[in-house]
Design a protein around this ligand. Structure first.
Ligand SMILES: [Zn+2]
Length: 133
């Protein structure tokens, strides 16, 4: 994934905001120490990335100023934060591009893990059937 945090805000040690409770955390993909929320789905990752203090996604720079970040934290905490769905969608599109995610290799591994046991099972079954006759 070419997505990365590029800098850190001075002093705070906080680079991202938990999208579930508004707590600050060091990495957008990290588990929240406050509520235990960990972004798992692409949508949660995209939303977490959008609430990163300093991060860039491809050519898109997504920087929250510390002021904006604390305003967002307040809104997430009281449940009134509305995500900019257009920006979330563009981050999602980026996360899904081939260079951002080696999904082709993952797919090969997944197929191997499904196909090989099935093939072995079929082979064993046909072997048994053959020797019963
Ligand atoms: Zn949290």
């Amino acid at each position: 994934m070419s997505t990365r945090a590029v800098a850190e805000p001075k002093g705070t040690g906080i680079y991202a905001i938990c999208i579930a409770c508004g707590e600050g955390k060091k990495r957008f993909q990290a588990r929240c120490k406050q509520c235990g929320f960990t972004p798992a789905t692409e949508l949660e990752m995209a939303r977490s990335l959008l609430l990163s203090v300093f991060a860039d996604v491809g050519d898109d720079y997504l920087g929250l100023t510390p002021d904006t970040a604390s305003a967002i934290q307040v809104r997430v905490r009281n449940g009134t934060h509305v995500f900019d769905e257009e920006r979330v969608a563009s981050i999602l599109a980026h996360l899904r591009t081939p260079e951002a995610k080696p999904s082709a290799l993952d797919l090969v591994h997944t197929i191997a893990w499904i196909v090989v046991p099935i093939a072995l099972g079929l082979f064993a079954l046909s072997y048994l059937v053959f020797f019963r006759q």
